[in-house]
Write a protein that binds this ligand. Structure first.
Ligand SMILES: N[C@@H](CCC(=O)N[C@@H](CS)C(=O)NCC(=O)O)C(=O)O
Length: 234
C-alpha cells in the first residue's frame, strides 16, 4: 500500500487532500518534526531533504509536495486540465508558481512574524517586511486570477487548486491579523468551497488521528531551526 509520511503543515495536507480526492488506499505515517523525527536515518532514506511530505508507492519514492501532486495526478490521469501541451504548460506554470513562490514566501513570512527569535526587538524588521510584502504580492496574483475564474486553471478543479488550498488555510496567520480573507475574498471563496468537499472533511479527520508534539521547546527549536544554535556566519 502507498505510504504517506506527513505532519499537519500545509505541504503534507495538500497531498492528503489529493489522496482523499482520488480515494487511493494509503498508510498515513506521522513524522513529528518537533521531536526531530525528520532527521531519523530511516526517514532520510525516503526524503534526504528531511521534510514532509513524502510518499513511497511501490518502487517510486517521491518527496516535495508539488512533485507528489503531479505524480499522483499523472499516474491516475485525474485532476489535470484537458487540452494537450498548452494546457499542461499552463498547469505547470501555476503549480511551479505555488511551489517556488506562494509556499516559500508564505512560510518565511510566518517564520519571521511568529517564530524567529529576536536578540532585540525589531532586529529582523527588514526580513519581516520583505517576506510579508512578497507573500502578499503572491496571494494578490492568486486572488486576481480567482476573481476572473472559478478555479486556478479555469472551470475544472485540479491539483493547482489543491496546492493553493494547502497554504491558503494559513493566510490569516501569515498576515498576523484577524481579518480572515477580507483582503483576498476570491481565495476565501475557493477555500470555503474546497473545505466543504467530502475529501477535505476526511483530511480534517486525518488531522485528529495522531497527537503531534505541540511544545516549541529547545528540542523542537533544535530540530526545526538549528541555525539558531549555529555560530553566526563570518
Ligand atoms: N518544498 C517542500 C517543502 C516541505 C516543507 O518545508 N515541509 C515542512 C512542513 S510544511 C517540514 O517538513 N518542516 C520540517 C523541517 O523544516 O525540519 C514541499 O513542498 O514538500
Amino acid at each position: 500500500m502507498l505510504r504517506f509520511y506527513y505532519n499537519l503543515a500545509p505541504n503534507p495536507m495538500k497531498v492528503a487532500l489529493l489522496l482523499e480526492e482520488l480515494g487511493l488506499p494509503y498508510e498515513a505515517i506521522p513524522v513529528d518534526t518537533r521531536k526531530g523525527e525528520q532527521h531519523d536515518p530511516a526517514f532520510l532514506a525516503v526524503n534526504p531533504n528531511a521534510k514532509l511530505p513524502a510518499i513511497v508507492d511501490g518502487p517510486a519514492t517521491i518527496f516535495d509536495s508539488n512533485a507528489i501532486l503531479l505524480y499522483l495526478a499523472e499516474k491516475t490521469g485525474r485532476f489535470l486540465p484537458d487540452g494537450g501541451a498548452s494546457a499542461r504548460g499552463q498547469m505547470l506554470s501555476w503549480l511551479m508558481f505555488v511551489a517556488s513562490g506562494v509556499g516559500p514566501f508564505s512560510g518565511q513570512a510566518i517564520h519571521f512574524r511568529h517564530f524567529a527569535p529576536q536578540a532585540a526587538p525589531g532586529d529582523h524588521a527588514y526580513a519581516l517586511r520583505r517576506y510579508d510584502f512578497e507573500a502578499r504580492r503572491h496571494w494578490r496574483i492568486i486572488d486576481d486570477r480567482l476573481a476572473r475564474q472559478r478555479y486556478l486553471l479555469g472551470d475544472g478543479y485540479g491539483i493547482v487548486d489543491m496546492a493553493v488550498w494547502g497554504w491558503g488555510g494559513r493566510v490569516p496567520f501569515i498576515f498576523g491579523g484577524d481579518r480572515g480573507y477580507s483582503e483576498f475574498p476570491h481565495l476565501g471563496r475557493l477555500m470555503a468551497e474546497i473545505d466543504a468537499r467530502p475529501a477535505a472533511q476526511r483530511v480534517a479527520a486525518l488531522r485528529e488521528r495522531h497527537r503531534f508534539k505541540a511544545e516549541l521547546d529547545e528540542t523542537a527549536l533544535r530540530s526545526l531551526y538549528p541555525q539558531i544554535f549555529a555560530p553566526p556566519p563570518a
